[in-house]
Design a protein around this ligand. Structure first.
Ligand code: EPU
Length: 421
């Protein structure tokens, strides 16, 4: 199993480009199942989760073709089976995103019910209720969700999400594009990745209003067709490199990104003492050699502070001046990284859903273990500011969501290498 070895102590300095967003690319790939002619997707990141989605398509008889400039073309008309098997779903919960498109386009689907996960229980009940509101009959048998559309196909419906759910909104939105009549999705997720999916669906011929607000209205259409669509930049990858630069008192310029989709994160970095400059597709952060100040954070659905950036800010607070409290309101078990950071000398107390972090002058290297994707990123940041060589185990988690992580950090001057032992 691969591990990362990081020698801490260097300030990050340099320029890198940001990849396409994993959490846009996954629903957009799923959306290609709705089209009856090929869809071409550009700016897909090279990530393990994307490979898993492509493998899932392969099992269903759909073979995406990698073309010029690594664009991926998907022709879903060759689909043979409407089953997402457990062995793939258990490695990637986002496989649930194929459920809505398959029921809407082909009238039925079987998708393994995702189990628990390292960051919380993460049920999918709201995805299923949304499809039921459109007339689908849903049962769970042998660990599989079996969904069937009524004769004549899904019907448009009004559906209110009890809890804001990103992939839940995406599943119901995709299903609604081919349902008969109007659907209104209330308390919809407003994440930029939902908007990106909606824009791709619109390019494919869907009639959608209100994406990016909490009410999305969809007029169902007869068919969706081919389009070429470029995935938006990854705001969490962007934020992770910015926080790494802030924690190491460095200066970085990130290109091919979008400063307008991570305002809550940029505001917290400024509060921590970072000097930030932005252009239409770049962000530059400069700590001018200063130690960051600890910040208080409360995670919540977009446009508030993202849960996917919480772990990285705990690393920064761990070496900052002062004390910062980080409250996690989305997932009930998303502090596993804290126990690893404490092994590196961090001063962090957990009280319920809050982590109270008091900065120490520096962390000390220790062998640590990654438990989920964003926890892995936070351990890389902790290692970059620690004295000595930190060995991070189970980094397969990081390969799910960070493209070329060693290469990008090396370009910024970090001492980081992968070892297969
Ligand atoms: N929830 C329910 N029932 C549902 C769906 C969600 O109770 O049917 C609850 C969840 O348990 C959670 C809350 O609603 O407490 C919000 O979860 P959400 O459904 O929004 O999460 P998700 O769609 O499964 C996506 C991202 C996550 C990100 C969350 C929150 C993708 C593929 N995944 O997950 O990304 O943390 O939204 O923003 O878009 C990551 O990239 O590392 C990651 C975990």
């Amino acid at each position: 199993m691969d591990k990362l070895i990081i020698t801490g102590g260097n300030s990050l300095n340099g320029e890198i480009r940001i990849s396409g967003a994993k959490n846009s690319a996954l629903p957009i790939l799923a959306a290609t199942l709705l089209a009856d002619t090929p869809v071409t997707i550009a700016n897909l990141p090279h990530l393990h989760d994307i490979t898993t989605m492509i493998e899932l398509f392969g099992r269903m008889g759909v073979q995406p073709v990698i073309g010029e400039k690594l664009n991926v073309e998907v022709d879903a008309s060759s689909i043979k089976t409407l089953v997402a098997p457990y062995e793939l779903v258990k490695t990637m919960r986002a496989s649930i995103l194929v459920l809505g498109p398959m029921v809407a386009r082909f009238g039925e689907a079987e998708v393994a019910l995702p189990g628990g996960c390292a960051i919380g229980s993460r049920p999918v009940d709201l995805h299923l209720r949304g499809l039921e509101a459109m007339g689908a009959k849903i049962t769970v048998e042998g660990g599989y969700i079996k969904a069937k559309a009524p004769a004549g196909g899904l019907r448009g419906a009004h559906y209110y999400f009890d809890t804001v759910s990103v992939t839940g909104t995406e599943n119901v939105l995709m299903a609604a594009t081919l349902a008969k009549g109007r659907s209104v999705i209330q308390n919809a997720a407003r994440e930029p990745e939902v908007v990106d999916l909606a824009n791709c669906l619109i390019a494919m011929g869907a009639n959608i209003q209100g994406a990016g607000t909490d009410t999305i209205t969809v007029e169902g259409v007869e068919r969706l067709g081919g389009a070429t669509y470029s995935v938006l930049p990854d705001r969490i990858e962007t934020g992770s490199y910015l926080v790494a630069a802030a924690a190491t008192r460095g200066r970085v310029k990130l290109k091919d990104t979008d400063p307008t989709i991570l305002e809550a994160v940029l505001a917290k970095l400024e509060e921590a003492g970072a000097h930030i400059a932005t252009g239409s597709n770049w962000i530059e952060l400069d700590m001018k050699g200063n130690r960051p100040r600890a910040v208080n954070i409360r995670t919540a659905p977009y446009p508030a502070f993202p849960t996917d950036m919480q772990a990285q800010f705990i690393s920064m607070n761990a070496v900052a001046e002062g004390t910062g409290t980080v409250v996690e309101t989305i997932f009930e078990n998303r502090f596993m990284h804290v126990h690893e950071m404490v092994r590196m000398g961090a001063n962090i107390a957990i009280e319920g859903n809050a982590a109270i972090v008091t900065g120490v002058p520096s962390l000390k290297a220790a062998p640590v273990m990654a438990t989920d994707l964003r926890a892995s990123a936070s351990l890389v940041i902790a290692a970059l500011v620690a004295e000595g060589d930190t060995l991070i185990d189970r980094i397969y988690h990081i390969d799910r969501g960070y493209e070329c992580i060693e290469e990008k950090f090396q370009l910024l001057g970090a001492k980081i290498r992968r070892t297969p032992k």
